[in-house]
Design a protein around this ligand. Structure first.
Ligand code: ADP
Ligand code: MG
Length: 707
């Protein structure tokens, strides 16, 4: 008999969407109309939040949250660890002879004080200067976070120091949106177009691995570092291309359904699910949203995926490269600009000045600030992924697709571009008449690729907080757009009286001026090819292979200028310090673990194996059997083990060199000396794995983890 277990019916998405969010529908049950209108005005940028309403809102939140069973609340924020921060407080303020007074006050909503010196501050806070504050980010509604033990009211918050300096990833993102909005509205007004707000949009495709929890618990490297430090390539890899888009296994679907439902309750519009390229790799993608909301949602999603996996006896891996021989995981950030009426400003139209100006600002800005964009996705984890034939190379280039690239090149050279037409499809089937498709093919090999009406930033790593790369893109576009607009406004003073065609005609020479020197960054060919590396070199495009070497580009006057109004010099410097610190610490943890795994698990296992083999050979010899082949194997394994010991000594020596150095200097040793020495160390150990008695090998193998 087949065992068909009946699952609980799936709730319809619209029935549960935002049921755990204090959205307008929930507000209507608990707040007067006047305050709801005020909150809407704040969220659409038409008003400052009036703190006189805080008590009433807090009371409504308390009622709403306790009705759902929540007993605690927390400010939910994004410290510079890359994760999220929460400190739960119960909904009571004092006890009296009559019992506890249960309430939430306006001041609890507006201010909390976590210890800022125990979270990364890059020198902005120290042990004796620990004050840091969080406050509700009134652009984002509070939500209820579900854990197995109940619900917690989460108040999305900003984190800053006693000196008003940003200590999180959210404040700069919001500042970058403000700056970009200001200049984009200027552009629309210059073109006589109406909009009351412009914002960046983000759709983040999240890749991840799922593995059996029981096996995961036998890999200390997965537990402590999120990736396997050793592991031999299994007999079968991903070469049959049989995992990508294959049917999703049923126990995985159960897990996906579970986190999707919770995500929908939190207002995360998850839409797409599918198997990815590597075995046991998957992807989840939402509908795009306003970038600041979407990046919060992505953090909430990662958290949900991890905790839900646990309940399904799975481990969800969000590291960029958990398994070296297989594709790693990215988080493709799809980015565009939209107006409040939902108009996408990157919808291609060669007659539209807003589109052409924006595209010019993107091309010329990224050309100018390429190393800083590269730095926005830098991390020790992403270094293992970028540049393989699975993720974009570290060369900064922009893919527009041949038709749009040709048109832009024509404009840059003062020629009239040909219109871009959709491409007809002819399948030679009588019953079908397929829709014409995009004029350009898709390019997975580009750092920053135009995909029809948005850019796809594929280089972002799977564990990253999107807020930082999006802040940098927004900053680059805002900076360059401001420069171009300054020139347009001063050259075309009568722009209000012109027709669209006349305005475009007069503006083109200014766009040309910015495009021409930036054409080198356009590349629509194969970014994985060797020829492109040479060609990019000839074009003088930056190609910073290792993340560590990108951070110095944030240490420049140019970066300070770029982040004007987004990060003060002090805030920027502190971030650079944190990036160095984080890089060096992660590398150090991996080094500690590699040495420990080798000495305490691998070396003893191989020695046991050698002992058994040697004893067998000895016994055979005593019986008069002399097997040269068996002796050769024994010698080979013994030589490999010696080689591994030698590599380990080398690594320990480099690690000792880092003692007493500052974070940047430590990072340099890890990046330039230690990481290259890890490669042969791992290779030797992986070879030993393939030769040692499997019953003795102390770590689960890739075939057990992934298939
Ligand atoms: P792919 O084929 O690239 O894997 P997916 O459907 O998985 O595509 O993901 C594409 C993502 O791009 C989705 O999250 C989608 O909402 C997002 N997206 C689409 N249009 C825009 C836009 N204008 N701005 C930002 N993101 C967008
Ligand atoms: Mg996708």
């Amino acid at each position: 008999m087949t065992n068909h277990t009946t699952k609980a019916p799936v709730s319809s998405p619209s029935a549960i969407f935002e049921s755990h969010v204090f959205n307008t529908r929930a507000q209507e049950l608990y707040l007067p109309k006047k305050i709801i209108h005020h909150l809407q005005a704040v969220q659409s940028g038409r008003a400052h939040f009036d703190i006189h309403y805080a008590d009433e809102i807090a009371k409504a939140l308390h009622n709403w949250a306790s009705k759902h069973g929540a007993t605690h609340y927390t400010h939910w924020f994004q410290p510079l660890t890359g994760g999220t921060g929460e400190k739960h407080d119960a909904f009571f303020t004092k006890y009296t002879p009559n019992g506890l007074i249960e309430e939430l006050k306006g001041k609890d909503l507006l201010s909390a004080e976590p210890d800022a010196s125990s979270l990364p501050s890059g020198g902005l806070r120290t042990t004796h200067q620990a004050r840091g504050y969080t406050t509700w980010d009134t652009l984002t509604p509070p939500f209820l976070k579900q854990t197995p033990s109940g619900l917690t009211l989460c108040i999305p918050s900003l984190f800053y120091s006693w000196k008003s300096e940003a200590l999180d990833f959210k404040i700069p993102l919001l500042r970058s949106e403000q700056k970009l909005e200001k200049t984009a509205l200027r552009l629309l007004s210059f073109c006589n177009q109406k909009a009351s707000s412009v914002y960046s949009t983000l759709g983040a495709e999240q890749e991840y691995f799922l593995i059996d929890k029981d096996i995961f618990l036998h890999r200390p490297d997965l537990i402590l570092c999120g990736r396997t430090i050793f592991g031999a390539k299994p007999a079968k890899g991903q070469e049959l291309e049989d995992h990508y888009l294959a049917p999703i296994p049923s126990h995985i679907i159960d897990f996906i359904r579970d986190f999707e439902e919770q995500a929908l309750r939190l207002g995360i519009p998850l839409k797409t699910r599918h198997n990815e390229v590597a075995p046991s790799q998957y992807e989840a993608a939402p509908l795009f949203e306003k970038a600041s909301i979407a990046s919060d949602h992505n953090l909430m999603l990662m958290d949900l995926m991890r905790t839900t996996a646990d309940a399904h006896n799975l481990a969800c891996l969000l590291h960029e490269k958990p398994f070296a021989p297989f594709n790693g995981s990215g988080k493709h950030n799809n980015w565009s600009l939209a107006t409040d009426s939902g108009q996408n400003l990157l919808t291609p139209d060669l007659n539209s000045l807003p589109f052409l100006t924006l595209l010019t600002a993107i091309i010329s800005g990224i050309h100018e600030y390429a190393p800083i964009l590269r730095a926005s996705i830098a991390s020790a984890g992403n270094d293992h992924r970028l540049g393989g034939a699975e993720a974009p190379p570290t060369i900064l280039s922009i893919f527009l697709g041949i038709p749009l690239e040709t048109a832009i090149t024509d404009i840059a050279q003062g020629k009239t571009p040909a219109q871009i037409l959709k491409r007809p499809i002819e399948l030679n089937l009588r019953h079908l008449n397929p829709e014409p498709v995009d004029s350009a093919d898709r390019n997975r090999t580009s750092f920053f690729a135009f995909t029809g009406n948005k850019f796809e930033f594929r280089a972002v790593g799977s564990s990253a907080n999107c807020a930082w790369p999006i802040t940098v893109i927004n900053a680059i576009v805002a900076d360059r757009l401001t420069t171009i607009l300054d020139e347009l406004e001063s050259a075309i003073k009568d722009h209000k009286t012109l027709t669209d065609e006349q305005r475009l005609h007069r503006a083109l020479p200014i766009l040309q001026k910015h495009l021409l020197p930036s054409l080198a960054i356009l590349f629509s060919g194969n970014g994985y090819s060797k020829e492109w590396t040479d060609e990019a070199n000839a074009r003088d495009l930056p190609n910073i292979a290792k993340s560590f070497h990108t951070f110095e580009h944030l240490h420049s006057k140019k970066a300070q200028r770029l982040f004007d109004d987004i990060l003060s010099v002090h805030e920027l410097e502190s971030r650079v310090e944190i990036f160095y610190e984080r890089y060096a610490k992660q590398m150090n943890i991996e080094t500690n673990l590699a040495i420990e795994l080798f000495h305490t698990l691998i070396l003893p296992a191989v020695q046991k194996d050698l002992h058994t083999k040697a004893t067998t050979i000895q016994k055979l010899a005593q019986a008069g059997v002399h097997s040269q082949h068996q002796t050769n194997i024994l010698i080979h394994i013994s030589q490999l083990l010696d080689q591994a010991i030698q590599s380990c000594i080398e690594i320990e020596t480099y690690q000792k060199q880092t003692q007493g150095l500052g974070w940047q200097a430590k990072g340099r040793v890890f990046c330039d000396l230690l990481a290259p020495a890890m490669i042969p160390f791992r290779q030797t150990i992986d070879e030993l794995e393939t030769l040692t008695d499997a019953a003795l090998w102390p770590l689960p193998k890739y075939r057990e983890l992934l298939f």
